[in-house]
Write a protein that binds this ligand. Sequence first.
Ligand code: ADP
Ligand code: MG
Length: 217
Amino acid sequence: MSGRSSSARSSRLPAVKTIETFEFSFQPSIKREQIESLHELNFVDRKENVVLLGPPGVGKTHLAISLAIAAAQRGRRVYYGTLIDLITSLEEAQAAGRLARRLAVLTHPSLLVVDEIGYLPISRTGAVLFFQLMNRRYERASTVLTSNKAFEEWGEVLGDEVMAAALIDRVLHHCHFINIRGNSYRMRAHAELHRTRQEDVDAPEPARRSRKSGARH
Ligand code: ADP
Ligand code: MG
């Protein structure tokens, strides 16, 4: 992308995903106006959060990255990490006696993406470090969080119900909530292939033969 600033390059974004390449028709549970209005980035000025919840493959990471790219294009400092990445970096900093510095670095970006809360279990000390980070960012800077787990399950993810409740309380205080209920975009290609095969089976003999000669696979 020609317009990407140096802050976007140092943001550790895993891929380039933008709102332009998001197919809203595939995910009807998402309100297009809500996503478009979030891309105007007033939430970043107001230091509000965004939470994207839903099963795997429904576009949580895609939309989190597209918000980060939109913010970077407007000159905002952004940073992307999975929950595990962020915790690992905090744990390493703590072991090296540099925790305060690392917490300051991760508190600084106007927009932090915390991706994949819930896929992997985290240690209690890791959860405490993450809580400290979110506590620092609370009302100071925006965080976009994604999870495949409902809030009721975050206690299990973080290994502590009380801390999870305190974390959720802070996150939700000023928050835009996007609950995606739909099919995996990743599985779409498989579903299409399956449908084609099913049509082959159902089709009368001549049609089956002629379809087989086509390059469908
Ligand atoms: P999640 O984070 O919810 O597991 P991702 O955002 O990683 O899912 O989406 C999986 C893949 O499918 C990515 O390559 C993403 O760009 C793509 N994708 C998901 N939903 C859509 C959509 N509605 N339109 C276009 N691409 C999508
Ligand atoms: Mg994801």
